[in-house]
Design a protein around this ligand. Structure first.
Ligand SMILES: C[S@@+](CC[C@H](N)C(=O)[O-])C[C@H]1O[C@@H](n2cnc3c(N)ncnc32)[C@H](O)[C@@H]1O
Length: 330
């Protein structure tokens, strides 16, 4: 049995937990942006889980509640821990040590770092390379008063680097997850932007049809270049408040990230009211809307007449507080 720490976008941990529970794992703790669990799954299998940002195979764990820092961890990596690490690495691989304190990467005292590097070299037959390494070993201290030393398992399936302004793939994935997409569904993102949500649907879900729309001409052209062209995917260039080419009651799920209008209060109220009316028209009975915005009050107001709020989460997106909502057509 291995123990892992996996990070997810802040606020999305309950959605990720529900999905992880479908696998053969025992979840031990859920914290903001973090799941801790044990499982027989291998590091390669963990790296293939699409909604994790990073995962760590735990080599040793520590209490840090007395204000202890990363150096406390580095000083206390014993031979038992290094023997454990040995099982997961190949002699001759290069490694570097990195340190995270309360979610910030930090540097540590050179004496402790060197001493740990020497021990790893001696016990695991690895080579140090502080700039470009095969493996990364992390000391990780959380504000909740615990920490661990672990082997980084990067996400191996979310390869595409997001454009500026595009949602992180893990956020887009977990939004689709919340919508509970099914193979019989027509799914739409009416504010598709660079297509983060559409890309996740194409890569990870079975679906009947996908409509990706953006009013911006350049983004529309970019969507056409970036999304796989199959008979199931339709890319359109319309106003999301007046989707002329989308038939009434033809869509089952809307998953979207509309403009947050952070500087224009009045316009966002109008946009959200008009969008709620258009979503109501295009959605089939029991249609679902999963939507992300920092303008929570305006959104709830716009949806309160024709939709039932099923659930909401407080999340962080690029450091900004936002709400993630799931509505059902009433
Ligand atoms: C927050 S961004 C979406 C970003 C997207 N989730 C991504 O990952 O790239 C909102 C998008 O809505 C588009 N937009 C703004 N008003 C619109 C409208 N009335 N109809 C359709 N698209 C609109 C903008 O061009 C922008 O690309």
């Amino acid at each position: 049995m291995n123990k892992y720490y996996s990070t997810i976008p802040a606020g999305f941990q309950q959605i990720a937990k529900k999905e992880l529970e479908k696998l053969d794992v025992q979840i031990q703790h859920v914290y903001e942006g973090l799941l801790i669990y044990t499982t027989q799954l291998t590091p390669i299998e963990i790296g293939n889980i699409s909604y994790f940002v990073n995962s760590f195979l735990v080599i040793a764990e520590f209490d840090t509640y007395k204000g202890q820092s990363n150096e406390h961890i580095l000083k206390n990596i014993d031979n038992i821990a290094l023997k454990h690490l040995q099982k997961y690495v190949k002699p001759g691989q290069s490694f570097r040590v990195r340190n995270s304190y309360k979610n910030q990467t930090v540097s540590v005292n050179e004496v402790f770092l060197k001493s740990l590097e020497n021990n790893v070299v001696k016990h695991c037959s690895l080579k140090v390379n502080r700039s470009l390494s095969d493996l990364e070993l992390w000391s990780y201290v959380r504000s909740e008063g615990f920490g661990m030393f672990g082997l980084l398992i990067p996400n191996a399936v979310q390869h595409i680097k997001p454009y500026k302004g595009e949602l992180k793939p893990q956020i887009a994935y977990l939004m689709c997850n919340l919508a509970e997409l099914q193979s019989s569904n027509v799914v739409m993102d009416p504010f598709a932007g660079h297509g983060a949500i559409a890309k996740q649907i194409i890569n990870f879900w079975e679906y009947k049809g996908l409509i990706a729309n953006d009013k911006d001409d350049n983004l529309y052209l970019r969507l056409g270049e970036n999304l796989t062209h199959t008979f199931k995917n339709k890319i359109i260039n319309e106003d999301a408040t007046n989707l002329k080419s989308v038939l009434t009651s033809s869509v089952n799920k809307i998953v979207t990230d509309p403009p947050w209008g952070l500087f224009k209060e009045a316009e966002v109220t109008t946009l959200y009211n008009d969008m709620a009316k258009e979503f109501y028209r295009v959605l089939a009975n029991d249609g679902v809307v999963v939507i992300l915005t920092a303008k929570e009050k305006e959104l709830k107001e716009a949806f309160k007449e024709n939709f039932k709020l099923e659930t909401e989460f407080n999340v962080l997106v690029s450091g900004k507080k936002a709400g993630l909502f799931k509505f059902i057509k009433d």
